[in-house]
Structure formats: C-alpha cells, structure tokens
Ligand binder design. Structure first.
Ligand code: CO
Length: 232
C-alpha cells in the first residue's frame, strides 16, 4: 500500500490523501495462514471488526469493556439518521478522542457516533491495515462512489459475531470536515473505501443486514436477536 498526500488545486485548504491498496482487502472466508500473534491483530480484518482470536488477555479485557460501550443491535438508536455537526468545539474534539480510543480498544477499524448513542454525522476510521496508521475523524461526510463494486464480508461492532457479504463500491471520494472544521477530501479505495461506506451507512441508520442477501440476513438475525445482556 502506498500513502501519499497532495493538495487539491481547486481547494488549496483541503488535504487530499490517497491510499492505494495492492493486497486483497478482506479475508472473507478465513482459512489463511496466521503469522505471529502481533501481526494477527492488524492483518485479520472482517468488515468493521478485527478478529480477536489471538489477542492477549489484557487486550481481550479492553476489547470487552469497549464493546460494552457500543450500542448493540437491535438498539433503536442504530436506526436513526444522524444530524449534521454545526459546532466544531472542544466537546466535538473530546468525543473524537473518546471514539478513537474506543475503536482501538474494540479492535475495530471504524466507529460511527451513532454507535455510542450520539446522533451526529461523525465517524472515525483507520485508513488501512498497516501498523501505526493514525485514525482519521470524519465529520459531515459526503461520498461519491466509483462505478466498480465488489462483494466481501463485513462485520460490525454493533452486531457482534456476525459477518455478512456486502457489495460496495471499490473506490470512493469522500468530502467532509475534520474535527477542527477544516476541509477534508480523501480518495479511497479497497478496504478504506469499504469502511467509509459502512460508517456513512451508520449515520443514515443503515446496517450491513440491510445490504446483504436474504439468506445471510436471516442467518445474521438468528445470531444477534437473542443476545443476553453481558454485565461486567
Ligand atoms: Co458497523
């Protein structure tokens, strides 16, 4: 993967970051060889969720505590359309900091504000799979989808234990604000493009079960409907 940074000549204040992925983006059906424990966490990504099979004990505890703060299906908040953010204030930046921490603790690659009960058009995401990539905050996103699509499995921090096949555009132009209110313009492809489509869906109350086939939806609902409440 290549990461570049260029200025958009039409809008010099906007930073346009380009992420090009060269490897297959999703491990849809498992079965690939695992490497070391440390690499497993960052390399095995299913949709919004990193697979936690080889997390150490402390990381597993952190993940469980984080997930306990993420609204779980069928919480009605997940079906609400989030409102535009108008105030780029300290409160917004504190929320971004909290969401980035939660996403990382939960081993997620994206988290929308609606998933923590804040009905605002804001999400955070990690723009790739490499170690050390900084999470990005996206406010009031507008997506322009490319015409090519692919089908791959996605998970969701609000639907634990579920992955379903979802068709997504393979390239996306994202126009938004960052948490300071500055213009943000990202040309994304592959995993990053898929994540921002997933997160923007959250802001519209749309979930992966709305975008999958009937059989996969039924199977997913069988998993998430009778969830016991876990209290830690
Ligand atoms: Co999700």
């Amino acid at each position: 993967m290549r990461t570049g940074s260029v200025r958009d000549p039409a809008n010099p204040s906007a930073t346009s970051r380009v992420f090009a992925h060269v490897r297959p983006l999703f491990f849809a059906h498992g079965g690939h060889a695992r490497k070391s424990k440390l690499r497993a966490v960052s390399e095995e990504v299913e949709g919004q969720v990193r697979v936690d099979g080889e997390l150490d004990a402390e990381a597993q505890v952190r993940r469980r505590l984080a997930l306990a703060q993420v609204r779980q299906y069928p919480d009605p908040v997940l079906r609400m359309r989030a409102r535009e953010v108008t105030d780029f204030d300290d409160e917004l930046r504190a929320l971004v900091t909290r969401m980035k921490q939660l996403m990382q603790d939960a081993q997620g690659v994206g988290l929308a504000a609606t998933q923590v009960g804040i009905i605002r058009r804001l999400f955070v995401f990690v723009p790739g799979r490499e170690e050390g990539l900084e999470p990005i905050a996206v406010v009031n996103p507008v997506l322009e989808l490319g015409s090519e699509t692919d089908l791959d499995d996605e998970g969701c921090l609000s639907m634990q234990g579920v992955t379903v096949p979802v068709e997504r555009a393979t390239t996306v132009t994202l126009t938004a604000k960052d948490e300071k209110g500055d213009d943000l313009r990202l040309e994304l492809e592959g995993l990053a493009a898929r994540i921002v489509q997933h997160e923007t869906d959250h802001l519209d109350g749309t979930l992966v079960i709305d975008r999958t086939d009937d059989a996969s939806r039924k199977e997913a609902l069988r998993v998430v409907r009778p969830r016991p409440i876990l209290v830690a």
